[in-house]
Design a protein around this ligand. Structure first.
Ligand code: HEM
Length: 176
């Protein structure tokens, strides 16, 4: 009902009755759009289609639960590690705590893992919306072809891999 209503408003912006009804139910328009993914001709949607669309709003809890905990766990670990390193550096030479130096080396990938987990939290957590309650993700998908995206991705990978090799070369020649 909401979508035909918004279409009649667009066809005749002076249709006061349609505008008033749209203003009354407009807040739910995004939820009506969710149904379009399952049933493009939504005026013929069955109760089963509506139930399926409604279930689409339930997030994948396990993935969110663990990504969030991995991110926050890393965050608290960094705070603890910083506190410990600060204490040891302030009270004597850091080289006496060789074990800490090893822990620091193995901690290097953790910020990256935390950032990826955070990204999963943000992206999975907002599904199925791009704008919550207004614009569903499937309606906001870009029409750029997958091939275009692939070529750009390969370009980025090539460019940054070259920079990585130059970086490794410069660092090694400075160290040795
Ligand atoms: C210490 C505890 C931390 C808490 C309580 C926390 C909390 C959050 C929350 C609530 C979000 C979701 C934001 C949203 O989209 O609404 C988020 C996203 C994110 N977090 Fe964390 N975070 C923590 C640590 C970290 C750390 C240590 C990193 C990386 C080193 C990190 C990287 C990210 C990234 C990259 C996102 C996605 C941002 C986006 O795409 O909008 N977080 N974090």
């Amino acid at each position: 009902m909401l979508i035909p209503l918004s279409e009649s408003c667009r066809a005749d912006p002076n249709d006061a009755k349609a505008r008033a009804e749209l203003a009354q139910y407009g807040d739910d328009l995004g939820y009506a759009l969710l149904l379009k993914r399952i049933r493009p001709d939504i005026e013929n949607a069955t109760q089963a289609d509506i139930t399926k669309a409604a279930w689409g709003t339930v997030p994948r809890v396990a993935l969110l639960f663990w990504s969030f905990r991995i991110m926050v766990g890393c965050g608290f670990f960094f705070i603890l590690l910083f506190g410990l390193a600060f204490y040891l550096v302030s009270t004597g030479p850091i080289l006496r705590a060789r074990w800490l130096l090893w822990v620091l080396v193995f901690t290097l990938p953790l910020p990256w893992i935390a950032a990826e987990a955070g990204w999963v939290v943000a992206e999975v957590g907002r599904q199925p919306w791009v704008v919550e309650g207004v614009l569903p993700t499937f309606l906001a998908v870009s029409n750029i072809s997958a091939n275009n995206v692939l070529v750009t991705l390969i370009g980025f990978i090539g460019f940054y891999s070259t920079l990585l090799l130059v970086d490794i070369y410069l660092m090694s020649s400075t160290i040795y």
